[in-house]
Design a protein around this ligand. Structure first.
Ligand code: SAH
Length: 351
């Protein structure tokens, strides 16, 4: 397809038309600087219509890096003997939330490896305490695959949102990123269950993961169109030295930005973070993400003593900064491009 045909597809997407999988492949394969710039300008206009220039912030609390899974891409995978394991106590988690609250955060994202030390009872207790102490805040969980009963219990305890990246919507690609103990089917089951149990749901994938292609990305777009999540987290794949994918090339900044724009056009009111991974491979990655249609940033609230240990990929940024520094830094970065961070729960707006 030539650029005129591609910009026409982008116009159709903007007008709310559904693209076929083949059209998605063409659009993804056809990325050029001009097409990307065109998509970004449309995406920014759509985002401004719904969210203005407000950027939502989420305080990220990485509370454990123990994990029972062995995902080939991830630095905290079970088999990585080089990972120094830690878990925060319940009081430490509450302290992170308290200092985050002081700094103005009204959403806390509790993220960890799949650490079964945090039983349903323990998780429920933590969620209840956060919701009691900070009743104007939203709690997002990002703790992986659990049973329907667990998801229900956490929801009843007050959890509002759940982030579980689908990683890829192509079953055989999923199989090349994960060991056989993990299944595509179960991941999909979890996402469906999370939706049914009333969470605001986030899915997502890494850009440039080994084995990814325009065809698998087109499936991701169709999957997102079908699931209708509230959030989609995407960031470049970055190799970690202690994983089977240590020698694989990292994902590209420009493809990540292009996909952010296309996602904004696919679902105008999406909550779309400019991720830390994007900021890791490009010093102005998060600013560029916002300028491509993203509207969320997730500064880190974890204690500096454990920051470096939650290492999903190499060279992760902001591992030395106090929460307040992270917050200030992002505020300044957003200001530098004419945007501002806001203090509220940051729920999705109606289109
Ligand atoms: N264990 C939880 C959350 C932690 S991992 C869960 O499974 O949901 C959060 C996300 O980080 C993963 O979903 C994955 O998409 C991303 N990630 C992991 N390793 C990465 C890497 N090497 N490069 C970029 N992103 C990575």
């Amino acid at each position: 397809m030539n650029e005129t045909q591609l910009t026409k597809l982008i116009d159709e997407l903007e007008a709310g038309h559904t693209l076929t999988e083949t059209q998605w492949i063409r659009l993804i394969e056809g990325q050029t600087e001009d097409v990307q710039a065109y998509a970004a300008s449309k995406a920014v206009a759509v985002r401004e219509r719904i969210y203005g220039r407000a950027v939502y912030t989420r305080g990220l609390i990485e509370f454990s890096n123990y994990c029972r899974n062995d995902c080939y891409y991830c630095g905290i995978r079970l088999s990585n003997r080089g990972a120094e394991r830690y878990r925060l106590s319940e009081d430490e988690i509450l302290d992170c939330a308290a200092s985050g609250y002081e700094l103005g955060f009204r959403t806390f994202v509790l993220q960890s490896g799949e650490d079964m030390y945090f039983t349903d009872d323990r998780m429920e207790h933590i969620i209840r305490r956060i919701k009691e102490d900070f009743n104007d805040c939203a709690v997002t969980l990002s703790i992986g695959e659990r049973s329907r009963e667990s998801y229900l219990r956490f929801r009843e305890a007050g959890a509002d949102r759940y982030l579980l990246r689908h990683e890829t919507a192509d079953e055989s690609h999923y199989g090349t990123l994960h060991p056989k103990e993990m299944s595509y089917e179960h991941r999909m089951y979890c996402l469906k269950t999370l939706k049914e149990t009333g969470y605001q749901v986030g899915c997502g994938f890494m850009v440039g993961s080994p084995g990814q292609s325009a065809a698998t990305l087109a499936k991701d777009m169709k999957f997102i169109e079908e699931l209708q999540p509230d959030m989609v987290g995407i960031g470049p794949f970055i190799p970690h030295h202690g994983t089977p994918f240590s020698g694989e090339p990292q994902g590209s900044v420009s493809q990540t930005l292009y996909l952010l724009s296309l996602l904004r056009l696919l679902k105008p009111n999406l909550l779309l973070p400019a991720t830390t991974a994007l900021g890791t491979i490009d010093p102005r990655g998060r600013e560029k993400g916002i300028l491509s249609g993203a509207n969320v940033v997730m500064p880190n609230l974890s204690p500096t003593t454990v920051r470096k240990k939650y290492e999903l990929y190499d060279n992760k940024i902001c591992t030395g900064d106090e929460a307040a520094e992270c917050r200030g830094c992002l505020e300044m970065r957003m200001k530098s491009i004419g945007y501002f961070t806001v203090t509220d729960r940051g729920d999705p707006k109606k289109e």
